[in-house]
Design a binder for this molecule. Structure first.
Ligand code: SF4
Length: 404
């Protein structure tokens, strides 16, 4: 029998039962399930795995309060899907934030109960390891309670090149200066064909994984991500998962997997299809089944909407990610969904789960098991900075007290 015929003859129900029971599935089986398994059955299998993985606390779903701090949008890498960056010569659109501005944003994060910052920006032609060392040190000196969960392999590759040091040295130095963990940004699509099509100047997917593996071996854990919907095939999506699972088998350093959908505005990929919401839910479920060695699967309401985020909790997700006090990158490309803490708590509760605010490392900080104790005056609202949307070099005052 040919390989194609063998795949066609796969008993979808039997593979699904094996996966639901905790058996490892092959990439070929994952592809068949992703394409052909009935949506609800796929979700039920993934939910069964989640419940077993979280036995005793399976009733809980988590969220985190964080702030994305965009230090610059100036970038030499020009990814085609990106609506955030400005080329170094584009002084009209390009901007940078100074350290005082960054520290002020950290202070607001602490004031509002945020526990994590994601330092996120373009590949600035002048920013080497020294820039990140000095900024992380300044942040940690002023706010030792903030976790710096930031950057990824692409930024490390870039800063090491600028400073003419090895990737190992770059990771070691920024870790010592205050970086706690990598956010896993820049994974996009790891297989070569779709990656070259959307981010031709970025390092290869193999190199991205190599750098993350190096980080894990140096004691810096990370999350992992996937950008869906820029024209990749289903087989390439599964290959992306396969590449992550192989590294995870060796390091165990990926804390979570976070797929999110491409936003089509203001970039150079106009006309490409977005992943449908059903495809997104299928990805959440197949990730829970295939990535048997990754503990957390995160639903992303920012790009898919709150209801789909809520549904993802029934398709294998255990976490709804963050209430971002500030987010500008995917918002620049059209992500319009906003939320606040009370709404996220309500969404999780209406999904039949108990909400819990978590730390970066997923410990539960506050379990909202009694609605009578919910925060009443909630200023924890997701927000976009006007500078990042409109361009310019000004540092606008953020109005953190806003209605949703
Ligand atoms: S995704 Fe990142 S690396 Fe790519 S162009 Fe945008 S800011 Fe630059």
């Amino acid at each position: 029998m040919t390989e194609k015929a063998e795949l066609a003859s796969l008993d979808v129900a039997a593979v699904l039962d094996r996966a639901a029971a905790g058996g490892r599935i092959t990439p070929e089986e994952a592809l068949v399930l992703y394409r052909d398994a009935p949506l609800h059955a796929l979700g039920a299998a993934a939910d069964a795995v989640r419940r077993r993985k979280y036995a005793g606390i399976e009733h809980i779903a988590t969220y985190i309060i964080e702030r994305n701090i965009n230090y610059t949008n100036v970038c030499v890498t020009a990814c085609k899907f990106c609506a955030f960056y400005a080329a170094p010569k584009d002084t009209k659109k390009g901007w940078t934030r100074d350290l005082d501005d960054i520290l002020r944003r950290c202070a607001e994060t602490v004031e509002l109960g945020g526990t994590q910052i994601m330092f996120q920006g373009g590949h600035h032609p002048d920013y080497g390891v020294e820039y990140y060392e000095s900024h992380f040190k300044a942040i940690k000196d002023a706010f030792p309670q903030l976790v710096i969960h930031s950057l990824g392999a692409s930024e490390v590759e870039h800063m090491a090149r600028i400073s003419k040091v090895s990737v190992e040295e770059a990771i070691t130095r920024i870790h010592e200066a205050g970086l706690d963990s990598f956010a896993g940004a820049g994974a996009e699509l790891l297989p070569e064909r779709p990656r070259k099509a959307i981010a031709p100047l970025k390092e290869s997917g193999e190199r991205w994984l190599e750098i993350m593996e190096t980080a894990h071996n140096l004691g810096v854990e990370s999350t992992s991500t996937m950008l869906m919907g820029t024209g990749e095939t289903n087989a390439e999506r599964i290959e992306h998962l396969r590449m992550i699972r192989d590294v995870q088998d060796r390091t165990g350093g990926f804390r979570a997997f976070i797929p999110y959908t491409y936003q089509p505005e203001n970039n150079h990929l106009k006309g490409r299809t977005q992943a449908t919401l059903f495809e997104y839910l299928r990805m959440i479920a197949i990730a829970r089944l295939f990535l048997d060695n990754v503990q957390h699967i995160q639903g992303s309401w920012l790009t898919t909407g709150k209801e789909v985020g809520q549904l993802s909790l029934h398709y294998g997700a255990d976490d709804l990610g963050s209430i971002m006090l500030e987010e500008n990158v995917v918002s620049s490309a059209g992500a319009k969904h906003r939320s606040n803490r009370l709404e996220i708590i309500d969404l999780i509760r209406k999904a039949g789960r108990t909400p819990a605010q978590r730390a970066t490392t997923y410990e539960h900080l506050v379990v909202h098991d009694d609605p009578a104790n919910d925060p009443v005056d909630d200023r924890v609202v997701s927000h976009i900075s006007s500078t990042a949307i409109e361009g310019g070099t000004a540092h606008p005052e953020l109005k953190l007290i806003a209605t949703n």
